[in-house]
Structure formats: structure tokens, C-alpha cells
Design a protein around this ligand. Structure first.
Ligand code: V47
Ligand code: SF4
Length: 397
């Protein structure tokens, strides 16, 4: 069924209230919804209603195109001096010897192990420790660029930047300029958690505040850089806190246009201080993707991080506003497997990722970090195609 026909069914649905129909009308006309409307969607939007609206927006922006990239992750350490209650890394500071703390050379060895492999990006993020300071990262970025100049460095979050710049006694502006000069290409979206201090102080006390997170991204955008944004949801926050978070992101994006993609991160409850909390249901996760797509009209992309939510949910999310399922990462990403992600050993070949997207009638498109389209895999023929069950031919876009 086309997105437009599905939308018509909203207007004729006698069970939907007039406010939901009014919001649907705004979306149909392409106008922005308010914070109050966003809260109303969280409180009252049904899964089918939200899916219809989010899919309409997704297909308006990208048709059936679904992006992925080829990247690898490096986590310099899994020990962290902060004690975020949701994080499985924070426990390790008390038994530091059980964790890892890579040296410069060990990290370079990981980079070199990808020589000859068709990856376009290295994503570097991990715990915060004093030895990983400004000069450590400057040298690391410089040496990666010397070794492989075309490899895009997407590294660190305002959590690390705030810490290392403070320690170095330099301003955010000077710090971000130095990182850029050393070779930093873009910033991932981590460390955002929930901006509202009512929640942030309880789950991530001591690290950069929501305002500091936003300010560092703003400065980076002013320097011409791009970045992503996340929201860690499904723990002790309420819907109002989620709206507040999304609202601050939308306002900054209006100012700078530097965000590329928004990545909702579902809280996973293993091996952390919030293990007593129940995780959100799949329905709630899909609703959250859809509302993010509907509300964040100035974000081009919504990403589902498949190692965290699993392959089935990643496929489903593509009908709820998501147009990007990250990359063909390998098993060097430990923060999620420790926290109880669906994929204990997250690894998908390009072929598997392409098939995953094609199975749900979308067009797989390899991109680089900045969303330049590198290769359309819609018609690619793979050896496994003959044994492939469940392929649905693509609708004409
Ligand atoms: O900031 C930590 C989250 C984030 C848990 O920009 C947890 O392309 C769920 O931001 N349950 C880091 N989440 C990861 C991140 C990211 C991932 C993929 C792509 C990009 C991108 C960014 O991981 C942290 C925190 O919010 N996290 N512990 C947990 N128990
Ligand atoms: Fe450290 Fe980041 Fe984990 Fe917080 S979320 S404890 S800052 S690694």
C-alpha cells in the first residue's frame, strides 16, 4: 500500500481522535509539529498511526533508499572514571586490571589490520581515563591520517572532549580546532544520554552536562564539521524528558545544520547498575523511532544501530522512519555486547547487510560518513541469491 493511501486511512479512521488527525494533516502538509504535539504522540500515538506518518516522511526524503557504510570500531579502553549507572564500563574502574587500556601502538595495529579492506570510516570511542589526553588523541589522529589519509576519522564525544580540554586548560573552541587540525573528520553522537538535568544528574552525574554536550557540537558545526546525535531512552526518563531532548536537538539543528543523523539508543539492562529496570518493548522502540522521524523535521537521517537491536528489529525499523542501519562493523564493539545487545558478536558482511535490506523491499545504498552515495546494491547479484528465501521484488519508486 502506498504511503499516501495509508495516510488516507488515518483520516477515515473513526477510532482516531481529532488531535491525532490534526497532527497527521500537519505532517501531510509538510509542516513542523510542536513539542506539545510530540508529547501527545508519545502518550497517544498508536503503532500503526505513527508508522504511517513516519514512513510517509521517510519515503518523501529518501524513497526506499536505505544507507549503510563500511566501518570499524576501536575502543581504546573499557575502563572509565565516570560512573554512569546505565553503563557496563563504569564498574571496571574498581577492578581496572580486568579491562583493557590500549597504547598508541596497539591502536595503530588495529588500524593497520584493516589495510586492504574496503572500509571508509574508523569510529573511535570508549572510556575516559587521564592518559588519553589532548596530545594522545592529536598524535593518534595524525598517525592514522599519515597511514591512511582517506580513512574518515569519526571520533570521541563531548564527554571526552570536555574532560580533556578542561585538563589541558584550553577552551572548547581551541580544543576542537586542534582536533580538526590533527585529522578529526566528524563526531559520533554518543554521550548525549538524556539532556534534562533531572535525569542526567542521576544516570550520568559528573560528566559533561546537556548544555555542554550541545555547545561542543555547536562549536564543531561552526568549524564546518558534521556530527550525529543520540538519545539513550527507556530507563528512568519519562516522555517529557524525551521531548525536551529532541527539542534541544531540533533547536540546535535549526541554528547550525551540522547534524547528519539521529540515533535513538534503547537502554539495555545487563551488567550495569540499572539492571533491575525492565527494557522497553519492541512496540515502544518502533514508536520511538517513528516519533523521532516525525518530530525531527530538520534531520536528514534516522539511524537504527543494528548490533544493539538485532537484525529483525533493524528490518522492522525501516518501516518506522529509519533510513540508515549503520555499518558492517566487526566484533571490536564491546560496550553493547556487555550491556546485553541482541548481537553478542556483531558482525555482518556487506552481502548479509544488503540482503537484510532487500528482504524488506528497500534499496541498499553504501554511503561514506558524509552520506555521499558510493554504490547502489539494489540489483547486485550474489552467489547466495539462488538459495535466498523471502526476497520481495522492489516496488517502483
Ligand atoms: O553514549 C552505553 C550508549 C553510547 C548502554 O554516531 C548504552 O554513528 C544502551 O553513541 N544500553 C555510545 N546504550 C554509542 C553511540 C553510537 C553508536 C553507534 C553509532 C553512533 C554514531 C554512535 O552508547 C553512549 C551511551 O548512550 N550506551 N551503555 C546501555 N546499557
Ligand atoms: Fe564512561 Fe561513557 Fe560509560 Fe559513562 S557511558 S561510564 S562516560 S564509558
Amino acid at each position: 500500500m502506498s504511503a499516501q493511501i495509508q495516510l488516507d486511512s488515518i483520516f477515515s479512521d473513526s477510532l482516531l481522535d481529532s488531535r491525532l488527525k490534526a497532527i497527521a494533516k500537519q505532517v501531510q502538509e509538510g509542516s513542523r509539529i510542536s513539542d506539545d504535539d510530540c508529547l501527545y504522540l508519545f502518550d497517544h500515538g498508536t503503532i500503526s498511526y505513527l508508522g504511517t506518518l513516519a514512513n510517509l516522511i521517510r519515503e518523501r526524503k529518501h524513497g526506499h533508499v536505505t544507507y549503510f557504510n563500511r566501518n570499524f570500531h576501536i575502543e581504546p579502553t573499557n575502563v572509565c572514571l565516570y560512573t554512569c549507572t546505565f553503563c557496563s564500563y563504569s564498574r571496571l574502574i574498581k577492578k581496572r586490571e580486568e579491562g583493557w587500556e590500549y597504547t598508541h601502538e596497539q591502536i595503530m595495529d588495529i588500524v593497520r589490520s584493516y589495510d586492504g579492506k574496503p572500509v571508509t570510516e574508523v569510529h573511535i570511542v570508549g572510556g575516559v581515563l587521564p592518559q588519553y589526553d589532548v596530545s594522545f588523541y592529536e598524535k593518534l589522529f595524525q598517525d592514522i591520517k599519515k597511514h591512511r589519509p582517506e580513512l574518515h576519522i569519526k571520533a570521541l564525544t563531548p564527554v571526552e572532549y570536555h574532560y580533556i580540554f578542561k585538563k589541558e586548560k584550553i577552551s572548547y573552541e581551541e580544543g576542537m580546532r586542534r582536533m580538526q587540525d590533527a585529522g578529526l573528520d566528524s563526531m559520533p553522537g554518543g554521550g548525549a544520554e538524556i539532556f534534562h538535568p533531572e535525569i542526567r544528574d542521576q544516570i550520568a552525574g559528573g560528566k559533561c552536562t546537556g548544555d555542554q554536550w550541545l555547545r561542543i557540537h555547536e562549536i564543531w558545526h561552526e568549524l564546518g564539521g558534521k556530527s550525529n546525535a543520540t538519545m539513550l531512552y527507556g530507563h528512568i526518563e519519562n516522555f517529557g524528558h524525551r521531548v525536551d531532548h529532541l527539542s534541544k536537538l531540533r533547536a540546535l539543528q535549526d541554528k547550525t545544520r551540522g547534524f547528519q543523523t539521529f540515533i535513538p539508543l534503547k537502554f539495555r539492562n545487563e551488567n550495569n547498575q540499572l539492571s533491575h529496570l525492565q527494557e522497553t518493548s519492541s512496540i515502544e522502540d518502533l514508536r520511538n523511532y517513528a516519533i523521532s522521524r516525525i518530530y525531527l523535521d530538520n534531520f536528514d537521517h534516522i539511524k537504527a544501530y543494528w548490533p544493539m537491536i538485532g537484525r529483525d528489529m533493524a528490518q522492522l525499523s525501516l518501516s518506522f522512519g529509519v533510513d540508515d542501519i549503520d555499518g558492517t562493523i566487526d566484533d571490536t564493539t564491546k560496550i553493547y555486547s556487555m550491556a546485553g545487545s541482541e548481537e553478542q558478536n556483531p558482525s555482518l558482511t556487506t552481502e548479509q547487510l544488503v540482503q537484510l535490506i532487500r528482504q524488506v523491499s528497500r534499496r541498499p545504498m553504501e554511503r561514506d560518513t558524509l552520506y555521499n552515495e558510493l554504490k547502489d546494491y539494489t540489483e547486485e547479484v550474489f552467489a547466495s541469491d539462488s538459495e535466498f528465501k523471502g526476497y520481495v521484488s522492489l516496488p517502483v519508486v
